[in-house]
Ligand binder design. Structure first.
Ligand code: COA
Length: 697
């Protein structure tokens, strides 16, 4: 897959120049100086020879086959070169040239035309507007980046050329090896999806790293990522998330959504590890590329000072790692050589006068304890310890260990060389305990994701004909928002439990409806134009008798007429009053890249003030629905506090899955809220009290 990009037998540089200040020179120089082993063809109509290689006036004049062409000519000439590629049967092209989509409509047109032509000619393209590609296996550096990473196991793709340069510089500084480097540029043809899939099959790539600004085809990305993550971890840093879409939204779900939630949800559902900062990205990359995955969550911490040990323990507490107490057999073995003042719990504090020998013996014993799955070694550079010797001991013991070992040598000057030794021998070395714990946490979370059984999906057969009828009639009336009775019909079509209710056009009808339903009742204004009914005085609860019904009918209809004179009033809805329960909110919103997204939160202030909500991309698996319920901070309230009965979690899960089915069946729904969904005590289900839908043709 994409074979000619990464293992080409021959490369042509179109726009190679003799002028050392031009990018066309730099790329050719990189290809040559880093000892690419295939044939190299500089293409330039004015030169006979560049950097010791015979130059050709155009691609057609090259005698042999060309696997890969790197194009570095001005944008106006790129189309002509693509035509030559077609004629010469070059199927893989990297376009370095800028001046396309990123400069506005004119560039966009040029890029579109180029994409159409390249596709017609069967040419695959990386770029345009990119830095190039690097493949350390074939020693190919077809980029104008400075330097060449060491061969290694990290595959990297990036939408930003600058980020490529930064990562490369970090790799060179830290001696971190890479397998492949791909600057995606404008992603005219090849996107992160194909790059990830190509890295899945690359034996030299163990971990895939990415910098992404936007993912165009969310659904495809999720399918590919989910597949690749089964065998290789993918770590992505995502920038440029905006809430512009969210600001324009009218529903609760829409207002809370924002594309960042969509990315987070998509990453979680497909196993992708999201790095929140560059520090995380580097830190995770080091751990994943050099260490085996921990077999379980128990981490042992070895330290020669209390403070850093406590910081690490606190970080553990906030993570999914366990600081398991050291079992007696192991502690007894440690007692044989550690001073009595040492701590034999976890962290194992080998105290301030610890020597390199004490570190080595302790690590040896800890590594032999099967109950401990990973080891974090903390070192403060005291006068007693030779940090370089400790580094060598760790390197020696790590060779025969199947557990991940990571290190934090605190300080700078006194530990610089020791850190270098560790890095050079593929032992991750962090500056702070929190970063080390975060990396281990990412590893165990990834392992858990990979070991989960296949996700289960439930199909709910709704009355789609009925819902389609409702939507068609709404569109025919040039409306977008469903009135409550219509929203209820949609939910009913998917077997949601709804409170009994009737629409009443007159006071008399309202009184009759209330006595049929049974007191107490709730009354709500029925109008397609009043969206936030409570705010407008359009909701009354606990109405106990006929006189109160009459009064409420009059107050509501006249009140709305006063506040919103142009609102169409269809009457008043009289509704069964649902018994006690927990109010939660469920919603649908549609993300530009990932499609329908489902939201869950506890109602009231938890949603509005604390924004304590969770999101997943539809269709939801049963496991995802469960995870999103448990993910909110206020989940303990649903489980019941202070002797309260637990809420019916299964009822929520069922409602989430049904709503996900509605979102999938009807792409015209752009936003929806079920607010509140009243969750009864365990075993008694949940009732959709109120709902709103916004649809688009
Ligand atoms: N076939 C072969 N060679 C051609 C050619 C063609 N059709 N058209 C032009 N050339 C040659 C030129 O003669 C020149 O060689 P010379 O130095 O011997 O005269 C060479 O290609 C480059 O053309 P030139 O017109 O000098 O352009 P340039 O080097 O100033 O700029 C780019 C070309 C591609 C570098 C520039 O247009 C560009 O896009 N720069 C930005 C790149 C970038 O930032 N990318 C994103 C990074 S993240």
């Amino acid at each position: 897959m994409l074979q000619h990009f990464f293992n080409p037998s021959s490369v042509a540089v179109v726009g190679a120049s003799q002028n050392p200040h031009k990018i066309g020179y730099e790329i050719l120089e990189n290809i040559i100086q880093y000892k690419y082993r295939g044939a190299v063809y500089p293409i330039n109509p004015k030169a006979d020879e560049i950097l010791g290689h015979k130059a050709y006036p155009d691609l057609i004049s090259v005698p042999g086959n060309i696997d890969l062409a790197v194009i570095v000519v001005p944008s106006a000439q790129v189309m002509e070169v693509i035509e030559q590629c077609g004629e010469k049967e070059v199927d893989s092209v990297v376009i370095i040239t800028a001046g396309f989509k990123e400069i506005g409509p004119e560039g966009s047109h040029l890029e579109e035309a180029l994409a159409v032509r390249a596709k017609a000619l069967g040419i695959r393209v990386v770029g345009p507007n990119c830095l190039g590609i690097i493949d350390t296996t074939s020693s190919l550096n077809a980029s104008f980046a400075e330097g060449m990473p060491l061969p290694g196991h990290i595959g990297f793709f990036s939408q930003s050329g600058a980020m490529c340069v930064a990562i490369l510089d970090w790799a060179l500084g830290q001696n971190v090896g890479f397998s492949r480097f791909v600057s995606l540029g404008n992603k005219m043809d090849i996107s992160e999806v194909e790059i990830m899939l190509s890295m899945e099959h690359d034996v030299n790539t163990r971990v895939i790293l990415g910098y992404s600004e936007s993912i165009d085809d969310g659904a495809n990305f999720m399918v590919a990522a989910r597949r690749v993550c089964q065998t290789k971890p993918i770590i992505i840093i995502k920038s440029g998330t905006t809430s512009a879409g969210a600001k324009a939204a009218s529903s609760h779900t829409g207002a809370l959504a924002g594309s960042d939630h969509a990315y987070s949800a998509a990453f979680k559902q497909s196993g992708v590890i999201r790095a929140k900062s560059m520090q995380d990205l580097f830190g995770y990359a080091m751990a994943f590329a050099t260490q085996p995955l921990p077999k379980g969550p128990s981490v042992a911490i070895i330290t020669n000072s209390g403070g850093p040990g406590i910081l690490a323990a606190d970080a553990c507490d906030r993570s999914s790692l366990h600081l398991t107490p050291i079992r007696k057999e192991t502690a007894d073995r440690l007692r044989e050589f550690l001073p009595p003042a040492a701590s034999f719990y976890n962290p194992v504090d080998i105290i301030g006068d610890a020597t390199e020998e004490r570190y080595e013996k302790t690590l040896e014993v800890i590594l032999q304890d099967d109950m401990l799955h990973s080891v974090l070694i903390l070192l403060s550079p005291t006068a007693a310890v030779d940090s370089e010797a400790v580094a060598y001991s760790i390197v020696k013991l790590a060779k025969n260990s199947e557990k991940p070992i990571i290190t934090v040598f605190m300080g700078e000057k006194g530990v610089r060389r020791a850190r270098r030794i560790l890095q050079d021998h593929s032992i991750p070395s962090y500056e702070y305990p929190e970063d080390a714990i975060s990396a281990l946490d990412a590893m165990i979370s990834y392992r858990r994701w990979r070991e989960k059984p296949p996700r289960q999906y439930k199909h709910f057969k709704g009355d789609t004909r009925k819902v389609r009828q409702i939507f068609s009639s709404i569109i025919a009336q040039h409306r977008h928002d469903l009135i409550e009775s219509e929203a209820r019909e949609v939910l009913r079509a998917y077997q949601f439990r709804l409170p009994e209710n009737r629409i009443a056009k007159t006071t008399k009808e309202a009184v009759r409806a209330a006595s049929e339903i049974g007191y107490p009742v709730v009354m709500k204004i029925a109008s397609p134009d009043v969206l936030h009914k409570s705010d407008m005085g359009g909701v009354r609860v606990g109405i106990a008798n006929g006189a109160q019904v009459e009064e409420a009918f009059f107050d509501m209809t006249s009140g709305i007429r006063l506040r919103q004179p142009d609102a169409r009033i269809l009457g008043v809805m009289v509704q069964e009053m649902i018994p006690q329960g927990k109010e939660v909110i469920l919603g649908i919103t549609r993300d530009m890249q990932f499609g329908p997204m489902i939201m869950f939160g506890l109602g009231g202030i938890y949603v509005e003030v604390l924004k304590d909500v969770s999101f997943r991309i539809a269709p939801l698996s049963v496991e995802s629905a469960d995870a999103m319920i448990r993910e909110i901070r206020s989940f303990p309230l649903l489980r019941g506090v202070r002797g309260e009965a637990p809420a019916d979690i299964e009822g929520i899960r069922d409602s989430l899955l049904r709503l996900s089915q509605i979102a999938i069946d009807f792409p015209e729904i752009i936003e929806a809220d079920i607010n509140p969904l009243l969750v009864c005590p365990e075993g008694q289900g949940a009732v959709a009290v109120d709902a709103r839908f916004t649809i688009h043709e």
